[in-house]
Every structure is written in structure tokens, then in C-alpha cells.
Design a protein around this ligand. Sequence first.
Ligand code: ADP
Ligand code: MG
Length: 287
Amino acid sequence: MKLAVYGKGGIGKSTTSCNISIALARRGKKVLQIGCDPKHDSTFTLTGFLIPTIIDTLSAKDYHYEDIWPEDVIYGGYGGVDCVEAGGPPAGAGCGGYVVGETVKLLKELNAFFEYDVILFDVLGDVVCGGFAAPLNYADYCIIVTDNGFDALFAANRIAASVREKARTHPLRLAGLIGNRTSKRDLIDKYVEACPMPVLEVLPLIEEIRISRVKGKTLFEMANLATTKVGSLNSALPLVSPQKGDDEEDYICNFYLNIADQLLTEPEGVIPRELADKELFKLLSDF
Ligand code: ADP
Ligand code: MG
């Protein structure tokens, strides 16, 4: 299964991606996360450092693919999740789509692309030009991270339009929205009423997540450090929203395990019909 996580810059794509990747690994899947953002920090909380990007490695070897070994570009991360950072084109020049294309080409040459149960692309999706839509060529599902505000929902609507467009020629579906860093969901609900799509989860602003980023660790690693109940995260969970339990970090991990479980059922998803900009402005400003 190939997943592409999109959303406005800074909305929490990488945080969400890393925790979903570990949740899928906890469910027994072999997972590769590919950061497709010039910021190249997608996998930082999985590995604890900024790994070399594919583009940097390729240019250091003069684009001689045959001189590159899997261990040059694929790094083992927390929870058994493998990590790749595509990197970005030179600022103001080149194309993000080219970078993603080169990354997939190299992984195929290394016989790594088809080795995984799940590949998750974490994609900068603020402005969806053709280049940034490139990971949708490989994905079975797109997932959009948003908050309850106009800007992120505007970006989500543009991403939905890209999914609709790509789905004409690719077997791509939108799995749904993940609300992040918001205690309110009224605008998210308004949006999905007008543009029907599933809402997989809504996560509030969680101080532990902010701290985990500063420490270069995922929530799962923090939970593991904080508790001796190591096995508790491996237990089979029902498909219900998490209930607040004794352990704050376990409780947050359950949000991500719930998302992973929904994806593992291979949901039907939707081919969205995005709103016209005018409609969206009216919908979200009409209180
Ligand atoms: P993106 O990949 O979309 O640019 P990041 O995942 O890097 O965004 O998140 C941006 C910042 O927001 C990070 O410092 C991260 O720790 C923080 N963050 C993300 N989700 C949450 C949340 N639910 N609660 C609190 N902080 C969050
Ligand atoms: Mg990111």
C-alpha cells in the first residue's frame, strides 16, 4: 500500500506521518517513509538526525546510480521504520516532481521500492503544482492533514482537486482528512458536508507532541520511555476513537493506531469533487 500525506506547510504532516508509520509497523507492516519536502526533516523524529537526502547523495556521485548502495540513502528509524529523504530542487529552480521521480527511480534500481508493505510519502502540499502532485502517481491513498482554519482547508481543497484529477488516470483514492492541532472541528465538518470525504481522526493541540519534536523523538518512543507497559501499544485495538486513559502518551498513540487500523482495512475512500474557490470562501466565512 502506498500512502501520500499532504497538507499546508507546518500543519503537522511530518509529525502525523512518523506516528502513522510507527503505528503501521506496530501492526506488523514493513514500512518506508519518504520525506518529499525540501525542508528534509520528515524523518527527523524517527532517526533523531537529519539524514542525507537522495538528491545530495546523487549529486555527490555525479548521478551514477550504480555507485549508490541502499545504506547510502535508506536509514533505519525508530520502531523498525525505514527512512528516506528525497530532498529538494535548488531553491527557486528545478522541480519537486523531478526530485520525487529520481527518488522512486533510485529505490527501484536498489530493488527497494517493492520490498515494503507500506510506503508513505510525506509531501509538501501547500501549493500543488504538477511537481508536488508527483507522489500521487504512485499512491493508492492520499491523506490530507488540516486544522479547523480557512488556510489549511483551502490547501486541502486544492489537494482534493489534484486527487480528483490524478484519479482519472491512476487508481488513487482520498482516504480522508486528519484534523490536527485543533480542539474545534466545526469548519472541518462544514467542509466535509459540502465536499464529502471521511474524517479519519481529529487530534487536539498536544503539548507532548511539541516536546517530542524538540527531543527528536516520536510520541511512540516517548511513550516507550515513559512507561514500563511496553506491550500495551501492541495490543489489538478496536476501530473506535481513543478513550483517555491513565497514560497520556499511550492515549495519544492510540489516535495513530486508530488511523493505521482504518487504513489497513483498505477503505473505499472517495474521489472528491472539490469546491470552487468562491463556494469555499462563502462556506467558511458564512457564520
Ligand atoms: P509539517 O510537516 O506539516 O511542516 P510538522 O509535522 O513539522 O509540520 O509540525 C510542525 C510543528 O507543529 C512541529 O513542531 C510539531 O511538533 C508541532 N505539532 C504537530 N502536530 C501537533 C499537535 N497535534 N500538537 C502540538 N504540536 C504539534
Ligand atoms: Mg514536514
